[in-house]
Design a protein around this ligand. Structure first.
Ligand code: PA5
Length: 308
């Protein structure tokens, strides 16, 4: 059954209750995650939360040389047909990695390794809850109470997203390009905002993160031409040196930051809140631009052409 894009966005609060995990795992020395775009971001966001073993996210056709029997390999592709992910998964099978897959079907689901099947009918970027939960349940926490709290916070935003609409109004009012500034552990959340602006708002967008950006981006914040063409969005809630860096960077470079304050107490609560705020901001911006936030026909056309 077709679900319109707004309903797909609204499903996120239910998706965080998805209780699938990777099952019993043999010991491993490293984790390699293969995935592209709206699927791969699940692996990247997880990689910033987990530090008990090295995690590498591969957004390419090639499996790193070190991958072997001691590697836990996770292939994620919502459609199951993304050629980069299928190619790297086949190679991981040859190298005898311990394999888990996350997909809604397609070629990936026919390869054989143990698979978490997620529901069909979504755009990959609107299925992030389903795609990331197997990682969180297996490696961070599977406590249902944690996710119930997150789910109820997210459903509040799904009922009233006027704050996200106001951020979209600001960006649109200036006819500007979004430039999203994160900080650990939300560097990949900032990148997720960038990709949501790309796909839902059909806009060029950029992301960077503190403290690294103070060693490069901060210089053009002061000196670039065309600065009025950007809207700089920063995640609130930083503390210590990062909080000072946000303040001083804005002051020294005379750059106005739009601050998005995360709600919640824990890292997971803030993370999901910020992710969803990016979903709604980019969605409203697409609507203001009178384009279809769901349409990704450029990606589809590229994938079709590559098959020939
Ligand atoms: O958001 C999108 O639609 C894309 O970024 C896709 O996620 C990307 O092309 C990869 O496809 P899939 O998620 O089906 O592997």
């Amino acid at each position: 059954m077709y679900m319109n894009f707004e309903d797909q966005l609204k499903d996120f609060s239910s998706q965080v209750l998805f209780n699938a995990n990777f099952g019993k795992l043999s010991p491993f020395k490293n984790i390699i995650i293969s995935g592209m775009g709206g699927s791969g971001i699940a692996g990247s966001i997880f990689s910033e939360l987990y530090d008990k073993a090295p995690v590498q996210v591969v957004s390419d056709y090639e499996l790193p040389a070190y991958a072997d029997r001691d590697t836990l390999f996770v292939g994620i592709s919502y459609s199951g047909n993304t050629e980069e992910t299928v190619s790297v998964t086949r190679e991981a099978m040859k190298r005898k990695c311990q394999i888990r897959l996350v997909t809604s079907g397609g070629e990936l689901s026919e390869l054989g390794p143990e698979t978490v099947l997620v529901p069909k009918g979504f755009q990959p970027r609107a299925a992030l809850g389903y795609l990331i939960k197997p990682f969180l349940n297996s490696f961070i926490t599977s406590d249902p109470k944690v996710y119930e709290r997150i789910s109820s916070m997210m459903s509040e935003m799904e009922t009233d997203n006027s704050m996200e609409k106001a951020t979209a109004d600001k960006i649109y009012g200036k006819n500007s390009i979004p430039y999203v500034l994160g900080y650990p552990p939300f560097r990949w959340v900032a990148y997720r905002w960038k990709t949501q602006f790309n796909e839902n708002s059909k806009l060029l967008a950029f992301s960077s993160y503190f403290p690294e950006l103070d060693h490069n981006d901060a210089i053009p914040f002061k000196h670039t031409y065309g600065k009025d063409k950007f809207s700089f969005i920063v995640f609130g809630g930083s503390t210590g040196q990062i909080e000072k860096r946000v303040r001083f960077t804005s002051e020294i470079t005379s750059t106005e930051f739009i601050t998005v304050e995360p709600k919640g107490e824990t890292i997971l609560e803030k993370m999901f809140y910020l992710i969803h705020a990016g979903d709604y901001t980019s969605y409203h911006l697409g609507k203001l631009r009178k384009i279809d936030p769901e349409d990704v026909s450029v990606i589809t056309e590229l994938k079709e052409k590559l098959k020939s």
